[in-house]
Design a protein around this ligand. Structure first.
Ligand SMILES: [Mg+2]
Length: 369
């Protein structure tokens, strides 16, 4: 079966929603993000980008670069509302819609009669319906569809046919490929590899010695535009956890905290391995009389930062129910509400933080005893 994947990405989404609700902002540099001292830019309109404002930039820097900008705090509920509208629109074309973030989604059009016409229709109709422009890419897999829509930004449509792929990839900077973060890019640059075309000339065996078997093979495939990952309409609510059962009940609080930190590190390592971010952290303790207590905390910012997970777990431990002198049989640490790490830009709201750990809210008790 021939595969056709559509990637849709709204342009400067948060800023665009703000404009939708306040047309006086049209044409002005709009910057949405945390306005506090430690705030970070979530989205900059294209006018603001012309001043050098970028997402993930400290807000203070954005203010220096663009003093005449309009600076607004994010309104998540409203963005989610528009996001649902976008998703509903896409689901009219195919049930196979995989949201990547509030303003981005893959749509599998493999079973659709005329994928190119659908791409054209979405590109034309979605902005009309929602009031915000979007960029659309159509290609034979997710990797290429996303690269195509990026190339079409802003407000463009790019249909990438099989025969266009080689030319397109050849001049693309390596860091545009998935999984090529700043570190990998730096290592490639040092070896004279700057474009995907350069990367294609590197022998797969050499790539394996540079990056190890897994990443080496992955880079080789990506450099050829190969990607067989599936469009997943429903992301399972996933969680990761680690537990240990002590051979003898443990009474020493210092030792227990040390073990909790170690479990937190294991869980964080799994998170980054899976390229996921957690929205909640859970701590579980089973006492010597087999009663179990589980406490959970929701994070304002999704994270895979081991330090954050560690601090939250220790904070949960500090707020455990009185143990009445009981020993501990089992400790567990888990993370929940997992999101793909690609969601990260949306987490950069620069909200007020409490202390070194991420801001916290709604501590939730579960399981009782
Ligand atoms: Mg976008």
């Amino acid at each position: 079966m021939e595969r056709w994947i559509l990637h849709v990405d709204m342009d400067a989404f948060f800023a665009a929603v703000e404009r939708l609700d306040d047309p006086s902002l049209i044409g002005r540099p709009v910057i949405v993000g945390g306005l506090g001292a430690r705030g970070v830019v979530s989205t900059a309109s294209y006018e603001a980008r012309a001043y050098g404002v970028r997402s993930a930039q400290p807000m203070a820097q954005a203010r220096r670069l663009c003093p005449e900008g309009v600076f607004l705090p994010p309104r998540h509920d409203r963005y989610e509302e528009v996001s649902r509208q976008i998703r509903a629109h896409l689901e009219r074309h195919s049930p196979w819609v995989e949201p990547l973030s509030l303003d981005e989604a893959y749509v599998d059009l493999s079973n659709v009669d005329a994928p190119e016409q659908v791409a054209t229709a979405v590109h034309r109709e979605l902005p009309r319906e929602v009031g915000i422009s979007c960029s659309v890419g159509l290609a034979c897999n997710k990797l290429l569809a996303k690269l195509a829509s990026e190339a079409a930004k802003p407000a463009g449509l790019r249909i990438m046919r099989t025969e266009d792929v080689d030319d397109f990839l050849r001049s693309l900077p390596v860091e545009r490929l998935w999984g090529v973060g700043p570190k990998t890019a730096q290592r490639l640059y040092e070896r004279g590899v700057r474009t995907v075309g350069d990367l294609q000339t590197v022998d797969p065996g050499v790539l394996r010695t540079w990056f190890g078997p897994r990443q080496g093979a992955q880079l080789w495939r990506l450099s050829r535009g190969q990607d067989d990952s599936l469009v997943m309409p429903v992301r399972e609510a996933r969680s990761l956890s680690q537990e240990i059962t002590f051979p003898e009940d443990v009474y020493d609080p210092e030792l227990l905290v040390e073990e909790l930190r170690r479990l937190a590190d294991l869980v964080s390592a799994r998170l980054s391995e899976e390229e996921m971010l957690a929205r909640a952290v859970r701590m579980k303790v089973r006492w010597s009389d087999f009663t179990t207590q589980s406490r959970q905390i929701r994070l304002v910012e999704p994270t895979d930062d081991p330090q954050v997970v560690r601090d939250e777990v220790v904070a949960l431990w500090d707020r455990r129910l009185p143990d009445e002198g009981k020993g501990v049989r089992l400790l567990g640490v888990g993370v929940e509400g997992l999101l793909p790490a690609t969601f990260r830009p949306l987490s950069l709201f620069g909200m007020q933080r409490s202390g070194p750990a991420s801001a916290r809210m709604n501590p939730v008790d579960a399981d009782g005893r």
